[in-house]
Design a protein around this ligand. Structure first.
Ligand SMILES: *[C@@H]1O[C@H](CO)[C@@H](O)[C@H](O)[C@H]1NC(C)=O
Length: 444
């Protein structure tokens, strides 16, 4: 009976768990404690916490009862997310999976923005009572690392029931683009229409960062519907989608090498700001060419100089090497030759070349020499046929043997011409032909 009872309990728990949570997750997050200035902070500066997410406020029913013991009850939050942004399936991995979404919570103190662009938003005096509440800023990354979300939530002071006020999402955490292709950096936001902060408009800002260098790409003032800054040619927003669906994606008409870097999309409401970051990598594989092509006729055993030029590639990392494919189909790696240093062209792409001194002694009669470039954008190869004249240049022993043969022949000729001395010229010419036959016989 006891066993049966336990089974029923477990089944009920599972059922309740499954139905109550629907597709919205319970998010495990790190709550980052604020540093108390001046004081020595004891203990860790982050707490494990749980976010129970639901689309409707009335779905939160005594969930704290099944919270794990190691989580401080003060760090349980009940989040109502009407737009279900936090209910995306990539934030809700299979139970027991080790790939968990990353989540970090920071306390937030809404403040009027000092950014020139967002200042007009805060002009009308807003209810300070509304701002006087518990605010949290939550940063999330999906378990497959393709999506980032930033969410700002508000709870009446002292309660743990949070409402989502603003979310910002990107589904392009890492984008790779070929040179010259159009690029879309995804960023969309949702703001609670019932919040007093959403009536007065919004602002969008795109910033770029690369190796400590930052610049403003584009700033849009949603209140006056104006682009107030465009620092990048060919960068724009889809204004219809922006106002209609909160789609603030950045469009770059043509990817250039200098576009590679981190992009930060920020959305401003009066007193609030959320941002997500993403990376763009402009990747272009090299074009390869071989010189000279075709190769000049070469005698076996001679050394040929071949040059391979890789151009128009980005980023810098390129592995250039040579291969030889014989007539028998076997491929031999010949190493990377002498590599030149990189040169950067006006469009930001790179050029590098390699010179191969190919010793043809043991290559066989024919084959193909290939230059291979392995690059993050793909592997490229170019090849040239090689045909060797099957004629070894003579070694010292061979030369001495030939001199010997020549001397013997000379002796024979003399002998024959003596014995035929006095006879006609015809005889002499026959003898000369005989001598040639001898040469061919001896030297093959
Ligand atoms: C946002 O707008 C761009 C440009 O119109 C579009 O390509 C993209 O699919 C939109 N994204 C979403 C999530 O609707």
């Amino acid at each position: 009976f006891f066993l049966l009872c336990t089974l029923v309990k477990i089944a009920t728990l599972l059922f309740v768990y499954g139905s109550a949570h629907g597709s919205c997750p319970v998010l495990e997050c790190w709550f980052m404690k604020e540093k108390v200035s001046g004081g020595l902070s004891g203990g860790p500066n982050q707490d494990k916490s749980l976010l129970y997410v639901h689309k409707h406020a009335d779905s939160h029913r005594a969930e704290s009862h099944d919270a794990p013991l190691e989580v401080n009850p003060d760090r349980l939050y009940f989040v109502t997310d009407p737009a279900a942004t936090l209910c995306h399936r990539s934030l809700n991995p299979r139970r027991g999976s080790s790939n968990k979404p990353m989540c970090e919570i920071n306390p937030l103190h809404p403040q009027p923005s000092t950014l020139e662009l967002a200042v007009p938003l805060t002009e009308p005096a807003l209810s300070p009572i509304y701002l006087h509440a518990d605010w949290l800023s939550t940063a999330l990354q999906s378990f497959d690392k393709t999506m980032s979300i930033s969410a700002i939530t508000r709870a009446p002071t002292g309660t743990k029931e949070h409402d989502v006020i603003l979310t910002l999402t990107t589904k392009t955490v890492l984008v790779q683009s070929r040179l010259g292709a159009p690029v879309l950096l995804d960023c969309s936001f949702w703001a609670d229409p019932s919040s007093p902060l959403t009536g007065t408009g919004f602002a969008v800002e795109w910033r770029y960062q690369f190796r400590g260098d930052g610049r403003l790409v584009l700033a849009y003032d949603g209140k006056s519907d104006r682009l107030s800054h465009t620092g990048e040619e060919g960068a724009t927003l889809d204004f219809e989608a922006l106002h209609g669906r909160g789609n603030a994606s950045l469009i770059l008409q043509e990817a250039k090498v200098h576009h590679s870097g981190i992009y930060i999309c920020s959305v401003y409401l009066p007193y609030l700001q959320a941002q997500v970051a993403m990376e763009l990598q402009v990747v272009e594989p090299p074009s390869l060419s071989i010189h000279p092509s075709p190769l000049p006729l070469t005698a076996q055993g001679q050394t040929i100089n071949i040059q391979c030029e890789a151009s128009g590639f980005a980023p810098l990392s390129l592995d250039l090497h040579w291969e030889f494919k014989g007539a028998d189909g076997n491929t031999k790696v010949l190493g990377s030759g002498s590599l030149s240093s990189h040169r950067q062209l006006w469009d930001g792409t790179y050029t590098q070349s390699s010179r191969l001194e190919l010793d043809t002694a043991d290559l066989g009669r024919a084959g193909e020499v290939a230059c291979v470039g392995v690059h993050p954008g793909g592997t490229r190869r170019v090849s040239v046929e090689i045909n060797l004249i099957g004629f070894s240049s003579p070694s010292i022993e061979d030369s001495m043997a030939m001199v010997g043969v020549a001397l013997v022949l000379y002796g024979l000729i003399k002998l024959v011409s003596w014995s035929f001395s006095g006879s006609g010229n015809n005889k002499t010419s026959i003898m000369w032909n005989g001598g040639k036959e001898k040469w061919r016989f001896l030297c093959g």
